[in-house]
Design a protein around this ligand. Structure first.
Ligand SMILES: C[S@@+](CC[C@H](N)C(=O)[O-])C[C@H]1O[C@@H](n2cnc3c(N)ncnc32)[C@H](O)[C@@H]1O
Length: 223
């Protein structure tokens, strides 16, 4: 399994030395396994939600957990995007559809829990449906806070544990099975985790049925 990086318009291969923490290697292997079916099975994020996020990005953008590159058509012209993932086969699929992105993209194998970038590198950091599968979400969110510039924007589209008691308990019950099969926790309390990571949460919008999909807007503390 080669730690590959793939880039359009300038390959600096920065990701080849990236640190992937052991638990993330397990996650990466799970997503590698499901990568051929991912686009067919995943119906989570409506295109209009994805577009809304990227319309708010500017300058240097980091996309965490790029997967197969579903967000490429929504990248904003004029931005410069770095997109990372821990699953080489998901990245390989993303590389094949780089042509859908209207702006330069640098694809790297990297772990959000140990980002290979200096502090304050990005104007916008975004993800769609990633923190359900990051082994230590608070560590990953702290890394996002570190690499986001002061005044920069963190935009996360995530499914989270239901707020209702019964639905939440059901999700807790089903979670071990879901983790084993698709590598995703369905009962993460991601809004709380964003706060625990030290980011300032500016807004949380509930989307879709049952309100379990949240659009979280946050900024590094002090900005
Ligand atoms: C449910 S998929 C979402 C993919 C894409 N963002 C989308 O909306 O279709 C989750 C992705 O996050 C990646 N991922 C999981 N843990 C990660 C980590 N620690 N660092 C970077 N990417 C990670 C997985 O490999 C997978 O490609």
């Amino acid at each position: 399994m080669a730690p590959e990086t793939s880039v359009r318009k300038g390959d600096d291969r920065q990701g080849k030395d990236a640190i992937i923490l052991p638990a993330s290697r397990v996650t990466g292997r799970r997503y590698d396994r499901i990568s051929p079916l991912y686009d067919f099975c995943d119906r989570m994020g409506r295109p209009e939600w994805r577009k809304r996020i990227f319309d708010r990005t500017s300058g240097e953008v980091l996309e965490v957990g790029v997967g197969t590159g579903k967000n490429f058509p929504f990248y904003r012209p004029g931005t410069k995007v770095t997109a990372i993932d821990v699953a080489p086969r998901m990245l390989e699929r993303a590389r094949r559809r780089l042509g859908e992105a209207p702006t330069p993209v640098r694809l790297l194998l990297a772990d959000v829990q140990a980002l290979p970038f200096p502090a304050a590198s990005f104007d916008s950091v975004i993800d769609t449906f990633v923190f359900c599968s990051v082994p230590d979400p608070v560590l990953g969110l702290r890394e996002i806070a570190r690499v986001c510039k002061p005044g920069g924007l963190v935009l996360l589209l995530e499914h989270v544990r239901a707020e209702g008691r019964v639905a939440g308990a059901l999700m807790d019950l089903m979670n071990p099975f879901m983790v084993r099969v698709v590598g995703a926790n369905i009962n993460r309390r991601t809004v709380e985790n964003v706060r625990r990571a030290g980011l300032n949460v500016e807004s949380v919008e509930s989307l879709g049925p049952g309100g379990i999909i949240k659009l979280i807007t946050a900024r590094p503390v002090g900005t």
